[in-house]
Design a protein around this ligand. Structure first.
Ligand code: UD1
Length: 430
């Protein structure tokens, strides 16, 4: 089992290149099979979740050609099956985007029902509500969602919950339904807009993505496209908080600063200096960080995927901070790990009170999920002494070459597999 070993105490300083947005890429890869022509997708992050999605797509017969580690060509004309196995769903929930994509294109799809996961129970009722509203019959059979329609018809739909997944999934089906679909109370995240832009680049007619109402005029078929995925605002934000927690000076390159508004605003609240450029943001952290209150909300609110990263910075800030996690019920577990490094935290279900401490001390901790895992690495970089992070397979799902990028900023971190390598690292860093 791979682990990260970190010698903390170095401020992170320098520039780091941000990759393509994983969550946009997952949906765009699914949408790419909706045409029988070849689609070229660029700026893909080279992370495990993307490889699983590509396997799921080739598993149903689509032709997948890796041009290089960030570029792929997909041709959906060779698809032979419409059944996505539990093996894929178990590894990445987002393979359920193939439900919306296949239902839109073929009017039929079977996808294993996703279960809960480490961060919460994660129902998919809003996805199913949307497919039903378009006229699909949905049956849950043998652990699978079987969706089928003679014809998908445009509809007027109001989501009860703002859901990224449901907005994207239903948007994909509606893109190839007959007539006009109006979806209200939709998610406005940058990756929802990116998927809409990608579908439009294939000839779909989708308007309003990025606002509360999306209007989709269905088209009969989609065509080839070449598309580059937007930068990952969560990867960028992670490095920005790594700068904050280590008293560093980091410039994230290749970002869309607008997508980082809520993150930037919180960094300023806690006392960092932030400089925005056309496609870069610099974060400088000097002096003691200040406490603040954080509540996670759908975009443009503060993202739940950036909650653990700010939590680590707040645990080192002066005074008492609070975190309200309003999107997923089980996303504060990392704070118990952080307490093992000396953080002073109280957790009451989805609410945490954090009393800042002067320093963390290195410890052995486990990554409970992807973003919390990255946050614990930041904690290790800010801590005195050696930290070992277990279960880094979660981190590898969503961060490309995380340790390499951190090293380029002066972080002392290695990926290790056994006690011998740990010993070697300890001897090297003294
Ligand atoms: C996506 C992101 C994830 C991020 C989350 C919130 C991907 C692959 N994942 O997840 O990283 O943390 O958005 O920004 O893009 N809900 C329902 N019924 C539904 C669907 C959702 O009640 O049918 C609830 C969820 O339990 C949660 C809230 O709605 O409380 C938001 O979930 P949603 O936006 O759907 O998250 P995901 O798309 O799963």
């Amino acid at each position: 089992m791979e682990q990260y070993i970190i010698k903390g105490g170095n401020p992170l300083v320098g520039e780091v290149e941000i990759g393509g947005a994983k969550n946009a890429a997952l949906a765009i890869l699914a949408a790419a099979v909706m045409t029988d022509e070849t689609v070229l997708i660029d700026n893909l992050p080279d992370v495990n979740d993307i490889n699983v999605m590509l396997d799921a797509i080739s598993g149903i017969g689509a032709t997948v050609k890796r041009v290089d580690c960030h570029t792929v060509k997909i041709n959906g004309s060779t698809i032979g099956g419409l059944n996505i196995d539990y093996d894929f769903i178990k590894k990445i929930r987002a393979s359920y985007y193939l439900l919306g994509a296949l239902l839109g294109k073929y009017k039929r799809a079977e996808v294993a029902l996703p279960g809960g996961c480490n961060i919460g129970s994660r129902p998919i009722d809003q996805h199913l509500k949307g497919f039903r509203a378009l006229g699909a019959e949905i049956e849950i059979k043998n652990g699978k969602i079987v969706a089928e329609a003679d014809v998908l018809r445009g509809t007027h739909l109001y989501f009860d919950v703002v859901s990224v997944g449901a907005t994207i999934n239903v948007m994909m089906s509606a893109a190839m339904a007959d007539g006009l679909t109006v979806m209200e109370n939709v998610a406005k995240e940058p990756h929802v807009v990116d998927v809409a832009n990608f579908l439009n680049s294939m000839g779909a007619n989708i308007r309003g993505a990025g606002t509360d109402v999306i209007r989709i005029r269905g088209v009969k078929s989609l065509r080839k496209s070449e598309y580059s995925i937007i930068p990952d605002q969560i990867e960028a934000g992670t490095f920005m908080f790594a700068a904050a927690a280590t008293k560093g000076d980091v410039t994230v390159l290749n970002v869309i600063p607008k997508h980082l508004d809520s993150t930037i605003s919180k960094l300023i609240d806690i006392g960092c200096e932030v400089e925005e450029f056309d496609d870069a943001v610099r974060v400088v952290s000097k002096g003691k960080l200040k406490c603040t209150q954080v509540k996670t909300l759908p975009y443009p609110g503060y993202p739940t995927d950036m909650q653990p990263q700010i939590g680590v910075a707040l645990a080192l800030a002066g005074g008492t901070s609070t975190i309200t996690e309003s999107i997923f019920e089980n996303r504060l577990k990392y704070l118990s790990e952080l307490a093992r490094m000396g953080a002073n935290v109280k957790i009451d279900r989805s609410f945490a009170t954090i009393e800042g401490v002067r320093k963390f001390s290195g410890a052995r901790v486990s990554a409970p999920d992807l973003r919390a895992g990255a946050a614990l690495v930041i904690a290790g970089l800010a801590a005195e002494g050696i930290t070992i992070v277990d279960d880094i397979v979660y981190i590898q799902r969503g961060y490309e070459n995380f340790e390499g990028k951190l090293r380029s900023l002066g972080g002392v971190i290695e990926r290790v597999v056994d006690a011998k390598e740990i010993q070697k690292f300890k001897l090297k860093v003294g």
